[in-house]
Design a protein around this ligand. Sequence first.
Ligand code: BG6
Length: 482
Amino acid sequence: MNTNFDLVIFGGTGDLAMRKLFPALFLADTDARLHQGGRIIAAARQALTDEEFRAKVSDALNRFLPKPPSAANLEKFLARLSYFALDVNNPVQYAEMKKSLDARDSQTVFYLSVGPTLFPPIINGLRSAGLNTPDTRIVLEKPLGRDLQSSRDINQLVLSAFAESQVYRIDHYLGKETVQNLLALRFGNTLLEPLWNRTWVRDVQITIAETVGVETRGEFYDSTGAMRDMVQNHLLNLLCMTAMEPPSSLDPDAVRDEKLQVLRSLKPWTQQTLHDDIVRGQYRGGTLKGEAVPAYAAEPGVSPQTETETFLALRTEIANWRWGGVPFFLRTGKRMAERRAEIVISFKSPPHSIFESPLAPNRLVITLQPEENVRLYTMAKAPGDGMRLREVHLDLDFKDFFHERRQDAYERLLLDVLRGNPTLFMRNDEADAAWRWVQPMLDHWTTSNLSPAAYGAGSWGPPAASRLTARDGTAWHEELGG
Ligand code: BG6
């Protein structure tokens, strides 16, 4: 990294900063990818000295890095850090911050790793101190609002102080290696493209299943739910990367224009589809990996009468020539049977079979986590007499080919911000289009008063989720033996 920088992290003592941001920055530093003079300044409410703050970060690095840091690397990294005790409503303090930033010739980045209620005072504070100069950048962490209107309010506020080109709306799923590999797979090969459309694809499933519950975030999650936490952002981004047209280049706007087209082509909701095509669930107590786990309603910080969904499955379509009529199933949930994020493309069955054995449709499974691989299910002849066909799979495991360290998603995205590359960040119009599609679902739940269906922790969600795919004559990947 050749640019010197000052990275100011608001919410610098928070959970995200400690679990993700500092470990990611540490890894980038250890790989010599941060400018030697780069500074990282954490701004938060607590009164802490630099030394106390560094001790907290050191503790977090020991807990959250894949392996403990070496003493030399740790010392080098901690030396970059300083702490700024901030009352977000106090303009004098932003002026002090400005003095320290002005004294240096470096790229300034403000990272708002705080809840959206703190966006207005921080943005106003930065503006009143004249810290929003045209060469600064601002990173906004999700959730960017809780509905269409509040997300528009946030955008209006941020765009009153910064130009769109200065704003980086982060979605860490876009920073995952395998998500970018989707671009390589689709547009670096000719093999798949002719099949990647309604003529050959029967259905597409995108799942992000987690085994964790809400951990220490019960209060936040209870006012958020799976739709706002995962679908509006991560799942829709995966859908865009899967379904978009080939961009003309990797230019940030060329990629984002194509993603936007997908969001704009999502089939509008009707009363019928709102009713039939969405399954909300909430986990009850159960057993996960042999351990008893509590119901969502009994988690700390969650209201015992909670109606928040911890699972969501939905069916939609993309109304354009490539995809018209192909069902796209999106699914996410907490406390599910396995941690797995995957995109499953099921192809149509052969139009005529000459075999007695039933033919399972070919499936291309792109697994994003826990492992990163691509698997193609095909039919093959089983050895022996007669023509008995059985499903087999071809596996492409990236770790067999690439031995380099995989960059963490936040690491890549933070480096992209420092470099000024917004390709993997959401543009204002993308975020708006995503919310516009999500809003009718939120409205429907408010007016219909429907409670989420129960599912046992450690399962694949409520039975209604299986009925959703069955209606289209298909089944979830794991039900097909994936
Ligand atoms: C976050 C959500 O954005 O993504 C969390 O707020 C979720 O609820 C997390 O657990 C999942 O990310 P990953 O990278 O662990 O799949």
